[in-house]
Ligand binder design. Sequence first.
Ligand code: PLP
Length: 453
Amino acid sequence: MSKEIPYKIYLDEKDIPSSWYNMRADMKNKPAPLLNPGTRQPMTAQELSGVFCEELVKQELDETTPYIEIPQEIRDFYKMYRPAPLVRAYCLEKKLGTPAKIYYKFEGNNTSGSHKLNSAIAQAYYAKKQGLKGVTTETGAGQWGTALSMACAYFELDCKVFMVKVSYEQKPFRREVMRTYGASVTPSPSETTEVGRKILAEHPGTTGSLGCAISEAVEVATHNEGYRYVLGSVLNQVLLHQSVIGLEAKAAFDKYGIRPDMIIGCAGGGSNLGGLIAPFMGEKLRGEADYRIIAVEPASCPSFTRGKYAYDFCDTGMICPLAKMYTLGSGFIPAPNHAGGLRFHGMSTTLSQLYHDGYMEAVTAKQTDVFEAAEYFARVEGILPAPESSHAIKVAIDEAKKCKETGEEKTILFGLTGTGYFDLVAYEKFNNGEMDDYIPTDAELEEALSRLP
Ligand SMILES: *Cc1c(COP(=O)(O)O)cnc(C)c1O
């Protein structure tokens, strides 16, 4: 019965999922709706469509359709870099001397170097189909901006990216990749928007935050004919698109009759984790199977573990809808952690509800521990991981070590969301012993949380 498991379980091209899976359809307690910041009433499709593409608004609000067909044009693009391999980390297991069986789903096999392309191509497709001229967005570490500029180049759409100033300065190569794909990149906060000028007046010399950049991108989208705003994480539509990760992982496991005992992913806004766990969580919600699901967040930006479950703004400028989520407060500006993709103050409303209802756990990891795990992994498995992904690696290794103590042969799946080639300044800091572990104090967190709307 037991087939030899290869290092990489590849699926065929025809096994790329034909539909995305919408976890919300199987949730008894649906995530709370987005609220209009003025009226505090649920945002209507009409209000949302001033900011987002129409088809994406439909997906955002759809809580009942479990499977949503992936248009052929998107599947054709997926074929360029999917299916992504599910890798059995034999070398890591051996090095750790653990009886655990470790698997990772690798999403770094495309130029953007992360899973973000899975949603970028979908969002660009719907913008094109609506006949728009272009889209605006923000990017922190740069992976989302890169993915979106690739997707916009493919569909010949204009792409305006507001890049958090500190990253714009520290990551000139990311910026150039975006420009190579035809995007315009503006450091945020900038003088080009009203909200940017306001933030600069209040905080001169600020190096920016995702929340500021979102405010600027939304302003530009809503003030320019033929433009809409797109977002690379947090939203339900993004989790929906990212379900290709989990659907492929499950199909690969099913080929060999394997069931993971635990699923681990890093959590910034929740999109890769939401996508990786989607079909497994579906089984859990329907009572068909049980899995331990663990979100890993940076100790410097601990939304799940130290945040509040409350309505909050998604942006610093407070112009976006209110979302009920685990949040540190939209005024919280996290310490300059090197895992830029995990620095958002809030969390997906879907994952927030699932966490609140006890369907998943969350833990934090300290930055230096994360880089230690990253290097360990790079040396045994060959892949140079993104700092974000390395949060999941750290906890997967910890769990595998626990199995060594107890002798349990658990099957662990973790999401390896991307590669770290653009994060070598961070690796340099770590290698030089110059990296610190900033953990916010309770007083700092309370300060931002006291300003929740
Ligand atoms: C953006 C990013 C993340 C975090 O975002 P989520 O929406 O929480 O998935 C993780 N890893 C990589 C490589 C990223 O680019």
